[in-house]
Design a binder for this molecule. Structure first.
Ligand SMILES: [Zn+2]
Length: 93
C-alpha cells in the first residue's frame, strides 16, 4: 500500500490499548517527544516501549488546561530527526 502523506494526514504509532478508540501520535510535551492518545490523552515518554507493547504503563495524562506544560504535535521532520520514524505505522486524519 502506498501511503500518501499530506497536510491533513498525520502519522500514528498504533491504536491505544487503554481506551480502544484513539490513536497514539507523536507530540512534544515540555519539548520532549512523547506518544499521546488523541482520544483519552494518556501519554508515554518511552515511545519505544509503547510501540513494542501497547499495554506498557503510561507516563500520565496530558493536562490540556491553559496553565499546563507546553505541548504541540510533533512534525514529521522532528520525528525523523529523533530517529522515531521507524515507529510510524500509518497516517490518518
Ligand atoms: Zn486512549
Amino acid at each position: 500500500m502506498i501511503i500518501d502523506e499530506n497536510d491533513s494526514a498525520r502519522p500514528f504509532i498504533g491504536a491505544c490499548a487503554f481506551c480502544g478508540q484513539g490513536l497514539l501520535r507523536f507530540w512534544l510535551i515540555n519539548e520532549q517527544l512523547a506518544a499521546l492518545c488523541d482520544e483519552c490523552e494518556l501519554y508515554w515518554t518511552d515511545i519505544a516501549a509503547v510501540a513494542d507493547d501497547p499495554n506498557a504503563p503510561a507516563t500520565g495524562t496530558l493536562d490540556t488546561s491553559p496553565l499546563a506544560e507546553p505541548h504541540r504535535a510533533a512534525t514529521v521532520e522532528e520525528i525523523a530527526d529523533a530517529d522515531f520514524a521507524d515507529f510510524i505505522s500509518g497516517y490518518s486524519v
